[in-house]
Design a binder for this molecule. Structure first.
Ligand code: ATP
Ligand code: MG
Ligand code: MG
Ligand code: MG
Length: 469
């Protein structure tokens, strides 16, 4: 059985053998792209190559790209701990053709890797195509020999990719693995497709058009290929499990949590182990790429991820800061593939230690308040927004941490009232500034604060253009 590190290498070597340049992952903070909070797909670093505004010395590339989906259009934060297949941080394996090969070769390369190199049984695989893409349908019949019932036509945007409102776009085709009927979930396109039985492992994007304006689309003279395969998901398949968290790499992190806390990793609190293992990766890689916890923008997303994990550490009974003690295990597992992680080990350790030390000063008291305030509430009820705001303002609980803490009991939060309480506090802050004698500067400052405040609260919902396969 191959480990995750070997599977990554197998993928990259396979595409290198087939004429692709192995290109290192780009940082999680996209360079020169303020519209995108975090790199969330392999194609992000190649955006300008696809549009033609940047030239590279190669026409084919392959990468293992660090991705974070904890903000913006693709936010999987709330899935973590609850599905077997989502992470906030994950590695996306990809192959790219910049106007070189197209649909037939892309399908052939993918099918050959999955069935020959990886040796997956054909009868467990099925694919989707965009409903109108007869060409892809025909190629899957011809190249893979799949029966028509294994090629599912999907009419929704799930199978049509766009870089933004304008720019390159095209249909996509996804490869799914059927983990068997002992796992709940239906095939793609069915009402219960969100289960974990049929898992999407690979998305092949056929960039064949350019959207010039909302109504005007032309064919690209030299179409391109962009693919993304989740390393954790394909590793699960290759290691005979449907559960990403049971793969060797994630399991090593979970065991580090178990060793540090003494809590059974497979018992009633296994979700906490998973959340901590996942958030450890996201936190460490974000810090290694220069993000530090703060109260706005990217830094606030990082803080939210860290604090969520820290609440779970508290649930596992950790009496001292826990996260920093897990860093050596992470570096052991991933430091070779990502040397920047090894280089940043000391900074990551210190950042985690400091943040958790600080948060622990208010965490226990905040949780006690949350307990008191919800004692009488039952499933379907909502926590008053004012309480959620106090927890946010005085105890450092990001709103989503409070929501996460109540989710298992089916209790929500009155988010409208939360937003109002936030707004009221802004106004108070504004009023208390009045009359300081610097009216002109203040007007500027308040305008800025209004804007920054909005980003702070909405932060993770404000990105626009997307570079996602
Ligand atoms: P899903 O429908 O399962 O949420 P997706 O369609 O959002 O996945 P894509 O944007 O097509 O995913 O990304 C390409 C590949 O990256 C997916 O096929 C999957 O293998 C992997 N992937 C996407 N999101 C995650 C995640 N949060 N954690 C782990 N792997 C992921
Ligand atoms: Mg998704
Ligand atoms: Mg999908
Ligand atoms: Mg997809």
């Amino acid at each position: 059985m191959s480990g995750v590190n070997e599977i990554r290498t197998t993928f990259l070597d396979y595409f290198a053998k087939n004429g692709h340049e192995i290109v290192p992952s780009s940082p999680l903070v996209p360079r020169n792209d303020p519209t995108l909070m975090f790199t969330n797909a392999g194609m992000v670093q190649f955006k300008n190559v696809f549009t033609g505004s940047e030239k590279r010395p190669y026409a084919r590339a392959t990468t293992s790209q660090k991705c974070v989906r904890a903000g913006g259009k693709h936010n999987d934060l709330d899935n973590v701990g609850y599905t077997a297949r989502h992470h906030t941080f994950f590695e996306m394996l990809g192959n790219f053709s910049f106007g070189d090969y197209f649909k037939d070769r892309a399908i052939e390369l993918a099918w050959n890797l999955v069935t020959k190199e990886f040796g997956l049984p054909v009868d467990k695989l099925l694919v989707t195509v965009f409903a109108e893409d007869d060409e892809a349908f025909g190629l899957w019949r011809k190249i893979a020999g799949l029966s028509e019932s294994k090629i599912i036509r999907i009419p929704t945007s799930d199978n049509f990719w766009q870089m933004g409102d304008t720019g390159p776009c095209g249909p996509c085709s996804e490869i799914f693995y059927d983990h068997g009927d002992h796992i709940p979930g239906g095939p793609p396109g069915s009402p219960d497709e969100d289960g974990d039985r049929f898992i999407e492992i690979w998305n092949l994007v056929f960039m064949q058009y350019e959207q010039l304006s909302p109504g005007e689309r032309i064919a690209l003279p030299r179409p391109s290929i962009d693919t993304g395969m989740g390393l954790e998901r394909v590793s699960a398949v290759l290691q005979g499990t449907h559960d990403n968290y049971a793969t060797d790499l994630m399991r090593a992190l979970i065991m580090a949590v178990a060793n540090a806390t003494g809590v059974d990793p497979d018992g009633a609190q296994k979700a906490s182990h998973r959340v901590i293992a996942d958030h450890l990766r996201a936190s460490a890689f974000l810090v290694a790429d220069g993000v530090l916890p703060s109260n706005e923008g990217r830094g606030y997303v990082l803080r939210r991820i860290m604090r969520r994990a820290m609440r779970h550490a508290q649930l596992l009974g950790a009496r001292d800061p826990l996260m920093w003690r897990l860093v050596p295990a992470l570096v052991r597992e991933m430091g070779q593939a990502y040397p920047e992680l090894t280089r940043a080990e000391a900074l990551v350790t210190e950042t985690l230690k400091l943040e958790e030390t600080r948060f622990r000063k208010t965490l226990a008291r905040g949780l006690a308040i949350l307990d008191e305030e919800t004692r009488e509430l039952t499933a379907g009820a909502k926590l008053p927004g004012e309480t959620a705001f106090t927890l946010y303002d005085t105890y450092g609980f990001p709103l989503d941490l409070t929501q996460d803490a109540l989710r298992a009991r089916g209790i929500g939060v009155d988010t409208d009232a939360f937003a109002k309480a936030m707004e009221r506090q802004r106004e108070l802050a504004r009023a208390s500034w009045a009359g300081s004698g610097e009216a002109a500067t203040e007007t500027v400052w308040f305008g800025l604060r209004e804007k920054v405040g909005a980003t702070e609260f909405l932060g993770y919902d404000t990105e626009t253009a997307e570079g996602v396969v």
